[in-house]
Design a protein. Structure first.
Length: 111
């Protein structure tokens, strides 16, 4: 068994950040660099980094415009292989802030 340190893992990654992308229907994907948007690359150990570390969560947001009613397809794209999606929240308005986020809703077509 071969073991490597966490530092060696970063030497093997294709980029400096942790990136994913989100798209709706046939819109181009919006790429998000979690490291940059959460301030984790800031050496001053900012408040957002402290919150992410204490909660063991990086919460990021993208904004999309949907111009037609009806059923739509949301796609979550892997850009960097080390990103793990634990929860995806679609806010169509009226989301109240909470520590654990909103309760899970039913999927379309589920009984």
């Amino acid at each position: 068994m071969r073991r490597s340190s966490p530092f060696a893992r970063f030497l093997l990654l294709p980029s400096d950040g942790l990136r994913y992308a989100v798209s709706i229907d046939n819109q181009p994907p919006q790429t998000v660099d979690i490291t940059a948007v959460t301030g984790a690359n800031d050496t001053t150990m900012n408040r957002q980094w402290e919150r992410n570390t204490s909660d063991n969560v990086n919460e990021t947001t993208t904004v999309h415009t949907v111009t037609t009613p009806g059923t739509h397809v949301l796609k979550f794209w892997m850009v960097d292989p080390t990103v793990v999606l634990q929860r995806l929240v679609v806010d169509t308005g009226g989301r109240l802030p909470s520590y654990l986020g909103p309760p899970e809703s039913r999927r379309a077509g589920a009984s």
